[in-house]
Design a protein around this ligand. Structure first.
Ligand code: ZN
Length: 332
C-alpha cells in the first residue's frame, strides 16, 4: 500500500543524504582515509548486504575520481585488482581532491558466482535505477543517488564474459571528449571508441556530465596478472592526469586506437583450439585456430578474413556454429 511505502522512501532519502554528507565531509577535512558502508538490502536469510566505499582524501580542493569494479558479480579480476591497488597504497599521498574506490558493487552476484543479481537482471542495464524496481534497479539507483553526484570522473572495471578473454583495453564514448582524454591518459594497449549502450552506468554518468571510461581485461571468474598490472598502471596514469596524484605517467605500451570491431564466428560446431590469441596483429588468411570433429574425422581451419588486431578471444573448448571466436579490432 502507498501509505506503507512512503515512510520507507523517506528514510531511504535521509540515509542517502547522510551518506553523501559523510563522504563529502571527508573530502574537505583533513587528509586521510574513511571506509563508508552503503546499505543496499538484505539476503532472504536476513543478512544485511552492504557496499563498501573506500574514500581517500587529500584534504585539498580538487577532483573526485571514482574507481569501481564488480558491477558484474563474476568479473573478479577487477575486484582483486582494486584490492591490490589499495593494498599497495596507490591512493596514499594524494596531492589534491578525493578518490572513491568501490571494489565490489554487485555483492548479490559475487556470492552466487554470477554476472547478474539473483533474478537474472544486469545492474549495468538497469541505470539510472528505481528504488521500487527490481533488485538490480534498486542497487543502480542507490549508486546513482549516493555516489555519482559526488564524483567528477570514473573508471569502471570489467572483464570478458564467460570464457571470453579481453586483451586489456579501455573504452570511451566517441562523443565524450573528456572521456577520450581519460582513455588516452590510461594508456591501455587498446583504446576503443565505443558507443554507449542504453541504461548503462557509462550512459547515466554521461547524462550527468561525468565522463566514465570502461576498462576490459581478462575473463570472468578468473584472475589475470597481466590485465591487473595494466589496470593498476592505468589508474595511476589517470590520477596523475587529473592532478590527484603526483608523478610521471608510465607508458605501458604503444596504445592502438580502435575505431570499429566485429566478431569472427565459428563456421562449424566442434572442439575449438586457437593458435593465435588476443593482442596480436593478423593479416587476411592467417591461421587463427581450428575446430575439430569430436571423432577426429574432420578439421575446419579458422582463418582471418581481414587484417586487424585480435582484441578478445574465446577460451571455450566446445563451440557451436556461430559462436564468437575472435573479436577483431580495426584502426580505420
Ligand atoms: Zn562486465
Amino acid at each position: 500500500m502507498p501509505e506503507a511505502n512512503n515512510p520507507t522512501e523517506s528514510t531511504n532519502q535521509k540515509n542517502e543524504q547522510n551518506l553523501a554528507m559523510k563522504i563529502h565531509n571527508t573530502e574537505i577535512s583533513e587528509p586521510g582515509y574513511t571506509k563508508v558502508k552503503i546499505r543496499v538490502g538484505n539476503l532472504p536469510s536476513g543478512n544485511e548486504i552492504n557496499i563498501f566505499a573506500h574514500v581517500f582524501h587529500s584534504g585539498k580542493p580538487g577532483k573526485t575520481g571514482l574507481i569501481l569494479a564488480g558491477i558484474h558479480g563474476d568479473e573478479i579480476n577487477g575486484v582483486e585488482m582494486l584490492r591490490r591497488s589499495i593494498d599497495m597504497k596507490l591512493y596514499e599521498g594524494l596531492i589534491s581532491g578525493t578518490v572513491i574506490v568501490i571494489p565490489l558493487l554487485n555483492i548479490f552476484g559475487f556470492i552466487n558466482f554470477s554476472r547478474e543479481v539473483p533474478d537474472g537482471k544486469d545492474i549495468n542495464r538497469s541505470f539510472p535505477g528505481n528504488s521500487n524496481g527490481s533488485l538490480a534497479a534498486r542497487v543502480a539507483r542507490k549508486f546513482t543517488k549516493t555516489i555519482l553526484p559526488l564524483v567528477d570522473f570514473g573508471i569502471d572495471f570489467h572483464t570478458g564474459g564467460e570464457s571470453r578473454f579481453n586483451y586489456p583495453q579501455v573504452r570511451f564514448s566517441p562523443n565524450d571528449d573528456r572521456a577520450k582524454l581519460l582513455a588516452e591518459a590510461f594508456n591501455a594497449p587498446f583504446t576503443i571508441a565505443k558507443t554507449k549502450l542504453p541504461r548503462t552506468l557509462r550512459k547515466t554518468a554521461f547524462d550527468l556530465g561525468k565522463p566514465v571510461i570502461v576498462f576490459e581485461g581478462g575473463e570472468s571468474k578468473r584472475l589475470d596478472g597481466f590485465a591487473m598490472e595494466i589496470g593498476i598502471k592505468g589508474i595511476r596514469n589517470v590520477l596523475i592526469h587529473e592532478k590527484i596524484l603526483d608523478g610521471t605517467p608510465e607508458q605501458v605500451s604503444k596504445s592502438v586506437n580502435i575505431l570499429r570491431s566485429d566478431w569472427l564466428r565459428a563456421p562449424e560446431a566442434g572442439l575449438f583450439v586457437w593458435s593465435k590469441r588476443s593482442g596480436v596483429f593478423i593479416q587476411k588468411g592467417d591461421l587463427l585456430g581450428e575446430i575439430n570433429d569430436v571423432y577426429g574425422a574432420k578439421s575446419t581451419l579458422v582463418k582471418a578474413t581481414s587484417e586487424g588486431y585480435i582484441i578478445a578471444h574465446n577460451n571455450a573448448p566446445v563451440v557451436n556454429a556461430g559462436d564468437a571466436l575472435f573479436h577483431i579490432g580495426y584502426e580505420i
